[in-house]
Ligand binder design. Structure first.
Ligand code: ZN
Length: 302
């Protein structure tokens, strides 16, 4: 399943993608559901039942809309919808530095003995399609294509064997980075937490649609037409189950928490010459089996 949030009027609403075209509004199907994914992620079986009930109608609905019929609830046209991040306000976003073999190689760094963790402020999240806004004084802002895992069942001291049962699904994340702050501060929090510097989406894909632990998926990042990053999630030094186990020794993982698993080689700061995001750019991250997360880049005004 593909789980999403979208904007209906001014309200965020949870939904499912039945196909590329057909969205299903969950509250219109079942008003008694919580409108909040954090409450629904620990047990997706009621959502699965709704999905199975509506999936057989998707092809006919799409054909009807193409013939001029107007979508009516509980269905909506995904091509017209403003999607939001799959989780609106997670308790935490945990990021991993230097977790791709090719990214370590481009920096001539040895493989790390344990995961290097840092935090991104939850307030940096940005919806698919909405702009990454560059504060006027920042000139060294970079993009990082990443596979993100979203926690379903809460837990602490989770073993690697138990870890898959705690995964709600996977999505794309852009770990936008102010390199100037990242390197001058000697720690990452400020540089990794620019408002709008956490594009995430377009939806959460449940593990049954992907290979085990989402390994072996092609991951790319394009700036406009230029291919900047191209790798595969099999390059992860610390796979998703190991990350969940390692992190949960120290802190409880809650439903909706995002672990963004690190970026492959090719980022702007390690190129010769260096390149950074400019207003007018468009950054597109694609992960095989998940989808594409695209965001334009703008100057922030005010
Ligand atoms: Zn990163």
């Amino acid at each position: 399943m593909k789980l999403l949030n979208y904007l209906r009027g001014t309200m965020p609403r949870p939904g499912l993608a039945l196909s590329e075209t057909v969205g299903l509004d969950l509250l219109a199907c079942q008003p008694s559901l919580s409108g909040n994914w954090q409450a629904m992620l620990p047990d997706l079986s009621p959502i699965r039942a709704i999905f199975d009930e509506h999936l057989p109608r998707a092809a006919d609905l799409a054909a009807g809309w193409d013939a001029g019929e107007v979508p009516t609830l509980p269905y909506f046209d995904l091509r017209q919808a403003q999607l939001l991040t799959p989780v609106i306000l997670p308790s935490k976003i945990i990021a991993v530095g230097l977790n791709y073999r090719d990214h370590a190689a481009e920096q001539n760094k040895p493989l790390p003995p344990r995961p290097l963790l840092f935090a991104k402020a939850s307030s940096c999240l940005q919806a698919p399609g909405l702009p990454i806004e560059l504060p006027p004084e920042l000139t060294k802002v970079d993009a990082e294509a990443e596979l993100a895992v979203i926690i379903g069942k809460p837990g602490r001291a989770i073993t690697r064997e138990q870890a898959p049962a705690h995964i709600a699904g996977f999505t794309c994340m852009n770990d936008v980075s102010d390199r100037e702050a990242q390197y001058t501060d000697k720690q990452f929090f400020r540089g990794k937490s620019i408002d709008t510097g956490g594009p995430c989406g377009p939806w959460l894909v449940t593990p049954d649609e992907l290979p085990p632990l989402a390994s072996g998926l092609a991951i790319t990042c394009r700036w406009n037409d230029k291919l900047m990053q191209s790798s595969n999630t099999e390059q992860l030094i610390f796979p998703v189950d190991e990350l969940i186990s390692y992190i949960s020794r120290n802190m409880t993982l809650l439903p909706g928490d995002i672990i963004t698993t690190g970026t492959p080689g090719g980022v702007g700061v390690f190129r010769k010459p260096q390149v950074f995001l400019q207003p007018g750019d468009e950054v597109s991250i694609t992960i095989e089996g998940i989808g594409t997360l695209s965001n334009p880049v703008r100057s922030r005004t005010g």
